[in-house]
Design a protein around this ligand. Structure first.
Ligand code: NI
Length: 181
């Protein structure tokens, strides 16, 4: 079990495009994935991308069971996804509150596609193709943005809907606490 430090916004590595993974099913890859899962769970995150722990590879993990702390978020299947590609299935866009372990203590209102298909590979090189909607689709889009050097504050069209959790809750902008991606 290794819980690693999470890079925070301002670190240039979070703004870099991560590299494709070419070698599947290696001991180093499995160790990296275990460290990412440990780090995500220790921080109660909904997802984590490899660049957030300083590894510039196209690898994300996400997923959680129904959690009473996040009543508005339905469960998302635990997934390890390498070299992901996202396709929007239609033009429907929905605003939702997001947080990020690399932007601690803050939340912002971000538009995302409602309905997507994502594809990629599992750690053994087997291909994955899944359709997702709602919060599941949001988490995948947030995590995959990390692989292109994009943090969610860069996606907020109206920065009056961006702030510290306590103040957003107090002002009533935020009613429930969504999890950190
Ligand atoms: Ni994030």
């Amino acid at each position: 079990m290794a819980v690693l430090p999470v890079l925070r916004m301002g670190d240039p590595l979070l703004l870099a495009r991560a590299s494709e993974i070419r070698d599947f099913d290696t001991p180093e890859l499995h160790q990296l994935i275990q460290d990412m899962l440990d780090t995500m769970e220790a921080n109660n995150g909904a997802g984590l991308a490899a660049p957030q722990i300083g590894i510039s590879l196209r690898l994300v993990v996400f997923g959680f069971e129904n959690n009473p702390r996040y009543p508005d978020a339905s469960s998302v299947p635990k997934t390890i996804l390498l070299n992901p590609i996202i396709t929007a299935l239609d033009d429907t866009i929905e605003n939702g509150w997001e947080g990020c372990l690399s932007v601690p203590g803050m939340r912002g209102l971000v538009p995302r596609y409602c309905n997507i298909e994502y594809s990629g590979f599992d750690p053994f090189g087997k291909s994955i193709k899944v359709t997702a909607s709602g919060f599941h689709a949001r988490v995948v889009q947030h995590e995959c943005d990390h692989l292109d050097g994009i943090l969610y504050p860069q996606r907020i069209p109206d920065l009056t809907h961006f702030g510290y959790i306590e103040e957003l809750l107090e002002s009533g902008q935020l009613t429930a606490l969504p999890c950190d991606d």
